[in-house]
Design a protein around this ligand. Structure first.
Ligand SMILES: NC(=O)c1ccc[n+]([C@@H]2O[C@H](COP(=O)([O-])OP(=O)(O)OC[C@H]3O[C@@H](n4cnc5c(N)ncnc54)[C@H](O)[C@@H]3O)[C@@H](O)[C@H]2O)c1
Length: 283
């Protein structure tokens, strides 16, 4: 089994590393050489911490790092792959260009998957000659920690491609769930949006403080993080843009970003990564 991962950003780097940790040979491609260097360094750091915690031996960590081959050349990455996961910028034009190229380069029976959070596979598969072997395979950040993968069937995706994606997710030590049809936000983000929306409604209506809403959700629903703490963790710009996207796509007022969230984003208070969001963080 040979896997190619296209895009070595936050997601691609860890998707590649997670597969390599489970014995899968991976080629990780990015057109920015700096990103490839960063991906290797950050994966090395993550695996070092696993070794320190006694979850991985030093030797297995070295083997897993060496099993991710990095390249700037798409042809080299995809020509021998049985399965390709695309994880480049969330830009439909960039992804369509890559899918067209991958279709030309990769073996006829290779599956082409997109890790996109918002672009359904039918918007990419039509540039290929193999829509039956295209699907969404949506991992969660950070991939080395988060167990779930949402696999989404497009209107033309074959059972065989779905089976291969489910099998790959399991081989990577991850739990797959299958969506039988395309829908914006898939399962997790739809439920998260609904809960987050209600949390912001309560905040904007002055019903409770954001701290108390988080405490209520953490202690009463047993979620590891309340919606505001989770927003800080993921980046408030990510939450804001996701809500704006859903609002624009659906026209549904429920998705309209909260004015308090908008104010945070406009002030550059994006959460952990900037040192302040809803909460403040030590540098
Ligand atoms: N960040 C998340 O929490 C998250 C979660 C699930 C899914 N996703 C999806 O994963 C994808 C990647 O997100 P990310 O957060 O890793 O982005 P990122 O910005 O961290 O990384 C994107 C990478 O793509 C590379 N790239 C851009 N154009 C390219 C090209 N033509 N060829 C090769 N590489 C190219 C960039 O150099 C960069 O390294 C997006 O589709 C996003 O929707 C993100």
């Amino acid at each position: 089994m040979k896997l190619a991962v296209i895009g070595a950003g936050s997601m691609g780097a860890q998707i590649a590393q997670q597969a390599a940790l489970h014995g899968i040979d991976v080629v990780l491609q990015d057109n920015d050489p700096e990103q490839l260097g960063k991906a290797r360094e950050s994966n090395r750091g993550h695996l070092r911490r696993k070794v320190e915690k006694g979850r991985l031996t030093e030797r297995d960590a070295e083997i897993a790092i060496d099993r991710v081959h990095v390249t700037g050349d798409l042809e080299e990455a995809a020509r021998d792959a049985d399965f390709v996961i695309e994880a480049v910028f969330e830009d439909v034009r960039v992804k369509r260009a890559i899918f067209a190229e991958l279709d030309r380069i990769a073996a006829r029976d290779a599956v082409l998957a997109s890790n996109s959070s918002t672009i359904s596979i039918s918007k990419l598969a039509d540039v290929t000659t193999r829509p039956a072997r295209c699907l969404n395979m949506h991992f969660f950040y950070p991939v080395l920690v988060m167990d779930l993968v949402e696999i989404v069937r497009g209107p033309q995706t074959s059972d065989e491609a779905v089976d291969r994606a489910m099998e790959l997710a399991r081989a990577m030590g991850r739990t797959p769930v299958l969506l039988n049809k395309e829908i914006d936000g898939f399962i997790v983000n739809r439920i998260l949006h609904a809960a987050t929306q209600e949390a912001y409604r309560l905040l904007d209506a002055g019903v409770a403080s954001f701290e108390d809403i988080d405490t209520a959700v953490e202690k009463g629903l047993n979620w590891p993080m309340g919606p505001f703490r989770l927003g800080d963790f993921s980046g408030l710009d990510v939450t804001y843009n996701a809500r704006l996207h859903m609002y624009r796509v659906t026209g549904d007022e429920r998705y309209k970003p909260s004015p308090q969230l908008e104010a945070k984003v406009k002030a550059g208070k994006l959460g952990r990564k900037t040192g302040e969001g809803w909460y403040t963080y030590e540098k």
